[in-house]
Design a protein around this ligand. Structure first.
Ligand SMILES: Cc1cc2nc3c(=O)[nH]c(=O)nc-3n(C[C@H](O)[C@H](O)[C@H](O)COP(=O)(O)OP(=O)(O)OC[C@H]3O[C@@H](n4cnc5c(N)ncnc54)[C@H](O)[C@@H]3O)c2cc1C
Ligand code: SF4
Length: 328
C-alpha cells in the first residue's frame, strides 16, 4: 500500500478544507476504498475520515426526509420513517452486502462505491480503461456476463453495483454536496455519468466535493413499493438484475409509477420509457409486459449477457404484478 496521511474530520468545514487538497479522498466506512487501496488500484495521498459527520435521519416539513451522508446503511434500513414511507429503500439496502458491511458502510460511500468488474480489480493482467484511460477494455471481448445492457460505450461496459442507489433513483432523491465554493443540490439521477470515452470519470462531482446528505422528496404512493434483486447467490452477491418500483393504482388504472433498474447499466437506470408506457393505462399483466418491451427496445446486450433481457422483462413484470395486487 502506498503511504498516506489520515485525519478524522471534526466537522463539515474542516472536511471540505482538507478534502479540497490535491490527492485527498474522503473515507466513509472504508469497505470499498480500503480494499481498492490494498489492491493499489487507488492510492490517495491523504484520507479525510468523514464517518463522524452528521448521520441523522429527520422528517422534513413537506413530508420528505433528510438523511445525513454519514448514516450507516443499517441505520437507514432500520429507520421507522424510511421503512414506512420508503420501503423500497429499506429493502434495497438489506439486499446488499452482509450485516457486518452494512453496519460499517455509510450512505455517502455507498453512492460512490466503484464497479465490481473483475478486470477492473485485476491490475496485474488485464486492460481496463477505467483504471488506465486509453488502455483498452478486456471485458468487451471477454467475460461480460455481469455487465451492462444499457448505457455502455466502446470504452467501458461495467455496471454501477449499488443496490441503495437503484431505490434512490426511483425516488427522485436529491444529493446535497459541499465544497469550498458552498453548497449545491443535484438530482440523484444526474449524479452518476455514463462512461462515454472517459469511464474513469464516474460522477459529476467536482474534485473535493463532499456529499453531506440525501433528501427524499415526499411520495405518498412509495409506501407501496418494493425492491427485488436477482443474483447468483442469496448473500455476498451483486445484482444480475434488480428492480426498484412504486406503483399508484386506482380503479384498475395506473395513476403514477416510479421504476429504476440495477445491474444493467453504468449508472442507476431510471426506466422512464416503461413509466411513460404505464401511466394512465390499465394495471394489468399485458400492460406491464408492453412497458418492459418499451424499456428494453434500447438494450444492447454483449456476447455473454443476453439473458439479462429476459431477466429484466420477467422481474419487472413480476414486481409490477405484486404491487398491483397489493394496491387493488
Ligand atoms: C464482500 C462485499 C459485498 C458487497 N455486496 C454489496 C451488494 O450486494 N450491494 C451493494 O450495494 N453493495 C455491496 N457492497 C459494497 C458496499 O455497499 C460498499 O462497499 C459500501 O456501501 C461503501 O460504503 P463506505 O462508507 O464503506 O465507503 P468507502 O469505502 O469509505 O468509500 C467509497 C467511496 O466513496 C467516497 N466517499 C465516502 N464518503 C463520501 C462523502 N461523504 N462524500 C464524497 N465521497 C465520499 C470515498 O472517497 C470512496 O471513493 C459489498 C462490499 C463487499 C466488501
Ligand atoms: S468494463 Fe470498464 S471497468 Fe471493466 S475492464 Fe472494461 S473498462 Fe475496465
Amino acid at each position: 500500500m502506498t503511504p498516506f496521511t489520515y485525519t478524522r474530520a471534526a466537522d463539515v468545514t474542516q472536511a471540505v478544507r482538507l478534502g479540497g487538497v490535491a490527492g485527498a479522498r474522503y473515507l466513509g466506512g472504508g469497505t470499498n476504498l480500503v480494499d481498492l487501496m490494498r489492491e493499489t488500484i487507488e492510492a490517495p495521498a491523504s484520507l479525510v475520515d468523514v464517518a463522524g459527520l452528521p448521520a441523522g435521519i429527520e422528517e422534513l416539513p413537506d413530508g420528505g426526509a433528510l438523511i445525513g451522508a454519514a448514516a450507516r446503511n443499517t441505520a437507514v434500513a432500520e429507520n421507522r420513517l424510511v421503512r414506512s414511507r420508503y420501503p423500497l429503500l429499506a429493502r434495497a439496502i438489506v439486499a446488499g452486502a452482509s450485516a457486518q458491511i452494512r453496519n460499517m458502510a455509510t450512505v455517502g460511500g455507498n453512492l460512490l462505491q466503484r464497479t465490481r468488474c473483475a478486470y477492473f480489480y485485476d491490475d496485474e493482467g488485464s486492460r481496463c480503461n477505467k483504471r488506465h484511460p486509453g488502455e483498452g477494455c478486456d471485458a468487451i471481448g471477454g467475460f461480460n456476463r455481469d455487465h451492462a445492457i444499457f448505457g455502455a460505450s466502446s470504452a467501458c461496459v461495467a455496471v454501477q453495483p449499488s443496490d441503495m442507489c437503484i431505490a434512490l433513483a426511483a425516488l427522485d432523491a436529491v444529493v446535497h454536496v459541499r465544497s469550498g465554493d458552498g453548497e449545491r443540490h443535484l438530482a440523484f439521477t444526474e449524479l452518476h455519468r455514463l462512461p462515454g470515452d472517459r469511464p474513469d470519470i464516474e460522477t459529476v462531482l467536482r474534485p473535493g466535493e463532499l456529499i453531506t446528505a440525501i433528501q427524499l422528496p415526499p411520495l405518498a404512493f412509495a409506501a407501496r413499493s418494493t425492491y427485488r434483486k436477482v443474483r447468483d447467490r442469496s448473500s455476498y452477491a451483486f445484482a444480475l438484475v434488480s428492480v426498484a418500483a412504486a406503483l399508484d393504482v386506482e380503479d384498475g388504472q395506473v395513476r403514477d409509477v416510479r421504476i429504476a433498474l440495477g445491474g444493467v447499466a453504468p449508472k442507476p437506470w431510471r426506466a422512464l420509457r416503461a413509466e411513460a408506457a404505464l401511466r394512465a393505462g390499465p394495471a394489468r399483466t399485458d400492460a406491464f409486459e408492453a412497458a418492459a418491451e418499451a424499456e428494453l427496445a434500447d438494450a444492447r446486450p454483449l456476447s455473454g449477457n443476453g439473458f439479462k433481457i429476459d431477466l429484466v422483462r420477467r422481474t419487472l413484470v413480476a414486481v409490477l404484478e405484486q404491487l398491483a395486487g397489493e394496491t387493488a
